[in-house]
Design a protein around this ligand. Structure first.
Ligand SMILES: [Zn+2]
Length: 280
């Protein structure tokens, strides 16, 4: 599942490709994928518009466009859901069978493909209203203060997008391991020092993931539809290989050799070292 680093990498990849491109037409092939915006409205409003910019907020993509013959700017809010992918292909290439929305850009198609249809592209900005600050924008004091209000286990609380935006299941486990904090510790029991360490660990794991590459293969516009979108610059391969606890159940902890444990919290897997991350 795409997490915040994958969305950031995708935004950086697509931004220069889309900027300045005019939308000749839009075709919504899966009605559910623009919900709550009606598909025909989505198509009508965006026809003739021009891509101005692309940014990320949490796990959302914000496509800024300029409406046709108007100074008015519009934003399309995108979310990859579990299986969504967004990429450009040459127009002569056949569209993938799970294409949800396709933008005709002249020589290229901008495709939103989604096998399981949990992703979205809509004109509804309301999901951003309840989004917490980006991890880089919150102070350790404010972060510690928010944790004081919750008795949920810290791992579950980290996934709460109202606390901070963009932390998903993989990086929650990774950040807690680095901060040497038990995933089972109630959020309101973290000391101010632990909260500060955890916030820095969250920033570090997310920044490293962006730097070293996506865990999700994405298509390029090279015309080779199976070409992988992103490799790390240092030749180490996907960031997956750099994960220290996630998906490593039974394998030795990289710090102490103790076997990594997996538990289920709020129906999601948590991985941790019972020795390095002591406590309840
Ligand atoms: Zn350990």
């Amino acid at each position: 599942m795409p997490e915040m680093p994958e969305v950031e990498i995708l935004a950086r990849h697509l931004r220069p490709l889309l900027r300045g491109k005019t939308v000749h037409s839009v075709n919504v092939r899966r009605e559910r994928s623009t919900r709550p915006t009606p598909p025909r409205q989505f198509e009508k409003v965006l026809a003739g518009a021009r891509f101005k910019d692309l940014s990320r907020r949490g796990k959302y993509l914000q496509f800024q466009l300029q409406a046709k013959r108007q100074a008015k700017s519009m934003t399309v809010l995108g979310h990859l859901g579990m299986t969504g992918r967004m990429f450009l292909t040459l127009k002569k290439e056949p569209l993938p069978s799970h294409t949800a929305v396709v933008f005709d850009l002249g020589s290229h198609h901008f495709v939103f493909e989604d096998w399981r249809y949990f992703g979205r592209m809509s004109l509804d900005m309301s999901p951003l209203d309840t989004l917490g600050p980006e991890p880089a924008d919150v102070s350790p004091e404010a972060f510690a203060e928010s944790l004081k209000k919750s008795r949920q286990s810290i791992k579950v609380k980290l996934l709460d997008q109202e606390l901070i935006a963009g932390v998903g299941n993989i990086y929650a486990s990774e950040a807690l391991f680095r901060a040497r904090i038990s995933p089972k510790l109630p959020a309101n029991r973290l000391t101010p020092a632990q909260a500060k360490t955890l916030l820095h660990s969250v920033r570090d794991v997310l920044n490293e993931a962006v730097k070293f590459g996506s865990t999700v293969p994405l298509k390029t516009m090279s015309g080779k539809s199976d070409a992988l979108f992103y490799f790390s610059n240092d030749g180490e391969g996907f960031y997956e290989k750099r994960l220290r606890v996630y998906d490593r159940e039974g394998k030795p902890c990289l710090n102490c050799g103790t076997k990594i444990k997996r538990i289920t919290q709020a129906a999601r897997s948590t991985y941790f070292c019972p020795r390095c991350q002591k406590g309840r």
